[in-house]
Design a protein around this ligand. Structure first.
Ligand code: ASP
Length: 310
């Protein structure tokens, strides 16, 4: 693997390899000195054009735990505010010779464009409403830890499917791992043609059949219209609360949670919720992705080479 732009860059075996490696990295986090020299001397550039709490901090921690050097670049406060384009920014920062660029932007397809402008490996950390492959990988990791396997598991993804890059990557990854996926939400928040990809429901009447309930946030930042009459009415029909969530079900959410909208307080703190485990998995899974991209068969050549006299 040269870049990770979409879950479709992987197959089931590729996902399993990354997750098996991630599991071996859990041991590093348990040490007193939480660092191994695996990526010493390699440079990782975190390029974030959109806000992020979990993804950005866990990529930074992942790179540092593997001893890579990290450059954090946030678009706000940079020359992007002065009108510098994405291409010019990437080309400018390429002068620092990064081995890997982790990029998040509000633009669909931006990570793929960046992959065409640089010799570094590229990880898509979210491109608009398109994909967020490392989120899906950490979700599969969390479910493997909880259920043993996703084979035959019934997973319901509930909420704003239309604007969710997490939904797109998770549907692909969960199905690749053998799960049956159903999406549920208001008709205005489920893209047309979704039936070709998975089961579609417009209510939660049969939610009891799910083994896993994956709730999504309303992606207001990507909405140009109002898609639901009000958040209160949305919550009345689609909120996962103590009444709707069964004790045997697993509850997931990618964060950030809007308490009282897609999730009621009582389920966020329930034993069924694995939201904290998802965040924890983010570090080891991203360590495994960085490791794979920088040391695998198709890894880019190290940016800095030492000339050896003939
Ligand atoms: N953190 C996830 C994302 O960046 C989910 C969300 O923001 O609701 O897509």
């Amino acid at each position: 693997m040269r870049h990770l732009l979409s879950i479709n860059d992987l197959d089931r075996q590729g996902i399993e390899q990354i997750l098996d490696r991630a599991k071996t990295f859990t041991e590093v986090s348990e040490r007193e000195i939480k660092k191994v020299p695996a990526l010493r001397g390699r440079r990782v550039l975190n390029l974030f054009y959109e806000s992020s709490t979990r993804t950005r901090s866990s990529f930074e921690l992942a790179a540092k735990s593997l001893s890579a050097d990290v450059i954090n670049f946030a678009a706000s406060g940079s020359a992007v505010d002065k009108g510098e384009s994405l291409k010019d920014t990437v080309q400018t920062l390429s002068a620092y010779r990064p081995d890997l660029i982790v990029i998040r932007t509000p633009f669909v397809g931006a990570a793929e464009l960046v992959a065409g402008w640089t010799t570094a490996g590229v990880v898509n950390a979210g491109d608009g409403k398109h994909e967020h492959p490392t989120q899906a990988l950490l979700d599969v990791y969390t479910l493997r830890e909880r259920l043993g396997s996703l084979e035959g598991a019934n997973i319901w993804i509930v909420g704003d499917i239309t604007h969710s890059r997490v939904a797109r990557s998770c549907i692909l990854a969960f199905q690749m791992m053998g799960a049956k996926v159903t999406v549920a939400g208001p008709p205005t928040l489920i893209p047309r043609g979704m039936e070709a990809l998975c089961e579609v429901r417009y209510d939660l009447d049969d939610l009891a059949e799910a083994d896993v309930v994956y709730a999504l946030r309303m992606q207001n930042e990507r909405m140009t219209d109002s898609f639901v009459p009000s958040l209160r009415e949305y919550a009345a029909r689609y909120q996962i609360d103590g009444r709707r969530l069964h004790p045997r079900q697993v509850l997931m959410h990618p964060g950030p949670v809007n308490r009282g909208v897609e999730l009621a307080a009582e389920v966020i703190d329930s034993p069924q919720a694995v939201i904290g485990q998802q965040v924890e998995a983010g570090v080891v899974v991203r360590m495994a992705v960085l490791y794979d991209l920088l040391t695998g068969r198709n890894a880019p050549k190290p940016a800095i080479t030492t000339a050896v006299p003939a």
